[in-house]
Design a protein around this ligand. Structure first.
Ligand code: IMP
Ligand code: MG
Length: 173
């Protein structure tokens, strides 16, 4: 399999700075929890958190909906839950990619039951063509075509997460 750069490190870092500034403008007051969805969002999360100037708390949650392949299993599992209550706090879920929407649809329902003051989603990538469940994504880094991507946290069978660019994983003949 071959890797082709789709979004470069420079483009990612520029967009992350813009998103950070926008989030600063949109959340003037109150406690803000940034919730990292492990593992895919890990690098985006740490860069975004540092592009935000207002005070935030960082929290981690593990969700898995994929097997080892490229398509969703349709089953969502919480593998690591949050350690604290969300009641009364602004919550911004930080995800790597919205694909079918199954994961974030499920997660939104789950987190809303915990009565946050507000709940929004920021996703580095969005593949709108693939949606089968409705999800409202407040902030999107990049809309991308229906291609399987790796790097900057995203994996294929746990590989390629540490690439600095987002790359398309292409089958080689
Ligand atoms: P959804 O539930 O189908 O929206 O899938 C969301 C999850 O699938 C993401 O958090 C990723 O972990 C994974 N995923 C979807 N598309 C890709 C891709 O192109 N590359 C790597 N992982 C992906
Ligand atoms: Mg993920």
């Amino acid at each position: 399999m071959a890797l082709r750069v789709l979004i470069s490190e420079e483009q990612i870092q520029q967009r992350v700075r813009e998103l950070g500034a926008q989030i600063d403008r949109d959340y003037p007051d109150g406690l803000l929890y940034l919730v990292c969805i492990l593992k895919g969002a890990c690098f985006f999360f740490t860069d975004l958190a540092r592009a935000i100037s207002r005070e935030v708390s960082i929290e981690f949650m593990g969700i898995s909906s994929y097997g080892k392949g490229k398509t969703t299993s349709g089953e969502v599992k919480v593998t690591k839950d949050l350690d604290l209550s969300l009641e009364g706090a602004h919550v911004l879920v930080v995800e790597d990619i919205v694909d079918s929407g199954v994961t974030l649809h499920y997660l939104s329902q789950l987190l809303l039951q915990r009565r946050p003051r507000s709940l929004k989603i920021v996703s580095l990538l969005d593949k709108p063509e693939r949606r089968i469940r409705p999800v409202e994504v407040a902030y999107v880094g990049f809309r991308i075509p229906d291609e399987f991507v790796v790097g900057y946290g995203l994996d294929y069978a746990e590989r390629h997460r540490n690439l600095r660019d987002v790359c398309v994983l292409e089958e080689t003949p």
